[in-house]
Ligand binder design. Structure first.
Ligand code: ADP
Ligand code: MG
Ligand code: ZN
Length: 616
């Protein structure tokens, strides 16, 4: 233990000495040399000529140089001493004042050139050591100078509040607890509350994750320390880790506060298999390890809350997500209609709008846009209006701005036209309604037509309880929910769109497993027909066992088809008998973009009360 510390001290000293020498050389060269060279250097021959002419007043002779003063204007000079045996004689002959010098350099220049910088460095060193005293470890060699940067890591009072963030309702509610805690940690703990240490904000780019983290600090009125994962990418090995260490050290001093690690995927990506990246990889690893060590090293009771943001949670190293680290995740989705309107209102606060601008309309036509896109649109529109010397920003400016933003970002093919939006609304309404009507399905939590990932909309069912076993009836209900979207489209438009592609894939897959793995087909009986799982990289495709006869294989196909078709029939029956509710839900979805589970229940209760149940 001690030895290790000594080792570190030695390393530290070596680093220090190297820097000291460098600095002294610089001082010598750029500060001392000009001072000393007020004595003009002259060639020896010139000196000799002056001496012969009797112009020299006094000289100081050292081993390799001669400095002196001319009689004329007491001009100081300096020359290199060459081998000249007659010199002393001649000096005496001219009656020049002579003084000798033992050291190589002049006394004054020695003082200025070496002793002074040395004293300065000594004082600096002393200061550094004092600063470090009590600090944990002296750090890695030369780079412990990064230490002095600790002073520049300052907690920031962000001044941003939730008023500046729009359309993140649920996330804001979840963060409220954190704010309460930060405002008064002691009080919070007295009531038995235990804060999570790490909170991970997850969501697509530009949805306001960074903004929300800053707003959380602002709401609580605590300092905000932030670093971005991407900052570490180009650093020297060891610097990232020391930055993390400094950051946490500083944060602990000013607790309660928030440490925010933006784009954490840049340092916290999965570690395996990245060896080929050499230096960058090693740096990442060290930084990540330091982060994990820091997170484990203190209790959240001290009042430091660590927040992080990522748009790629799937690449994060599982070590980061373990309990006691980033074990709480808050999802931030693209804003729905109401959210977009809120965001637009926030960003148009300082903008002069013409009468014809209806923010709600702008929100309506920007489905799939992120908060950052919307901020961008407002800015772009204001610039366009200014360029045209308008008094206020008009609707036409917004239209053009939207076009530009759509064209500018590849992602933005997501902006749906009205017809598509209607189709998606009907489709999702179908899923949600079937799910609400059937027993054995999880209750609907939320339905949305805000695109997310590849899906144009989705119905979120929240499991009422953890399930390990499912019986046949429940599987059939699930199948009906899966095909419900497509059935709703067929009922409403008399045709189906390509929107059901994933639903059909999932439904077919499930039906097939019911036949080949669960033995749920009366025609084929309780036998396993599925083959062994193929190699995992083929995506767990499960074919039929090689011993299955062609006739049986044909029956498997037929039975799979029958099961899916029955699910379609069931969904059809349900939706047809609840047409009113279906239409109402679809309309509501089209308008609001997001409908909660309670609203779905309310809609069902209001419309067509006679619930005819066509199933057993
Ligand atoms: P992320 O970190 O999720 O990529 P940012 O927080 O960096 O997104 O957002 C970039 C900018 O976009 C913000 O500074 C803000 O101007 C705007 N913005 C994004 N989301 C919102 C929102 N929900 N409310 C208000 N402004 C937002
Ligand atoms: Mg960000
Ligand atoms: Zn669907």
């Amino acid at each position: 233990m001690d030895e290790k510390l000594n080792d570190k001290k030695i390393k530290f000293s070596i680093g220090y000495v190297i820097v000291a020498i460098l600095i002294m050389t610089l001082i010598q060269r750029f500060i001392m040399a000009p001072i000393l060279s007020k004595q003009t250097e002259i060639p020896y021959s010139e000196f000799k000529a002056a001496l012969t002419a009797g112009e020299v007043k006094s000289v100081t002779v050292s081993e390799d140089s001669i400095t002196g003063v001319m009689k004329q204007e007491d001009k100081a000079f300096y020359t290199v001493r060459v081998e000249d045996p007659d010199l002393t004689e001649e000096l005496e002959a001219q009656g020049v004042e002579i003084s000798g010098e033992i050291s190589q350099d002049g006394g004054v220049s020695a003082l200025l050139g070496w002793i002074l910088p040395l004293a300065v460095m000594g004082a600096f060193w002393y200061y550094m050591l004092k600063r470090m005293k009590g600090g944990t470890g002296l750090g890695g060699g030369l780079f412990s100078f990064g230490k002095s940067k600790a002073r520049t890591i300052q907690g920031e009072q962000t001044g941003v509040t939730f008023k500046d963030v729009g359309g993140v309702g649920q996330a804001a509610v979840e963060l409220q607890e954190v704010i309460e805690f930060l405002k008064n940690p002691a009080h919070f703990q007295r009531l038995g509350g235990k804060m999570p240490k790490g909170i991970l904000l997850v969501g697509p780019p530009g949805t306001g994750k960074t903004l929300l983290a800053r707003a959380t600090a602002g709401e609580a009125g605590v300092p905000f320390y932030s670093i971005s994962g991407s900052e570490f990418i180009e650093m020297f090995v060891g610097v990232g880790a020391s930055r993390v260490r400094d950051l946490f050290e500083q944060a602990k001093k000013t607790a309660p506060d928030i440490v925010f690690i933006d784009e954490i995927d840049a340092i916290g990506g999965k570690r395996a298999g990245a060896g080929a990246f050499g230096g960058a990889h090693e740096e990442r690893e060290q930084t990540l390890n330091q982060l994990l060590a820091e997170m484990d090293g203190f209790e959240s009771s001290r009042g430091v809350i660590i927040m992080a943001a990522t748009n790629r949670p799937e690449v994060l190293d599982p070590a980061l997500l373990r309990p006691g680290r980033f074990d709480r995740q808050i999802a931030i989705d693209l804003p729905d209609l109401a959210g977009r309107e809120e965001i637009l209102r926030i960003h148009t606060r300082g903008v002069t709008l013409a009468e014809n601008v209806d923010v709600a309309t702008v929100a309506r036509i920007t489905s799939g846009f992120s908060g950052a896109d919307l901020a961008n649109i407002v800015n772009e529109a204001a610039l366009l209006a200014a360029r045209r010397n308008k008094e206020a920003v008009e609707m036409s400016d917004f239209d053009e701005a939207i076009e530009r933003v759509v064209a500018g970002s590849e992602q933005r093919t997501r902006a749906m036209n009205e017809h598509e939006k209607k189709a998606v609304a009907v489709h999702e309404a179908g899923h949600a309604l079937v799910a609400s009507l059937l027993p054995g399905t999880d209750p609907v939590h939320k339905v949305t037509i805000v695109p997310r990932g590849r899906a144009l909309g989705y119905t979120w069912q929240r499991p009422a309880e953890e399930r390990y076993l499912l019986c046949e009836g429940e599987l059939e209900s699930r199948l009906a929910v899966m095909v419900g979207g497509r059935v709703a489209e067929a009922l409403t438009f008399n045709e189906v769109s390509t929107g059901a592609v994933d639903d059909l894939a999932r439904a077919t897959d499930l039906a097939r497993r019911m036949v080949t793995e669960f033995g749920m087909s009366p025609a084929l009986g309780p036998v396993r027909l599925a083959g062994e799982p193929q190699a995992a990289y083929l995506g767990m495709q499960m074919g039929l066992d090689a011993r299955v006869s062609p006739q049986t294989a044909a029956s498997v196909d037929a039975e799979t088809k029958r099961i899916v078709e029955e699910a379609v029939e069931q969904a059809w029956g349900l939706l047809a008998s609840h047409r009113e509710a279906l239409d109402e839900l679809a309309r509501r979805l089209f308008e609001q973009e997001t409908v909660t589970g309670e609203e779905v229940v309310a809609i069902m209760a209001q419309s067509s009360p006679a619930v005819e149940r066509s199933f057993a």
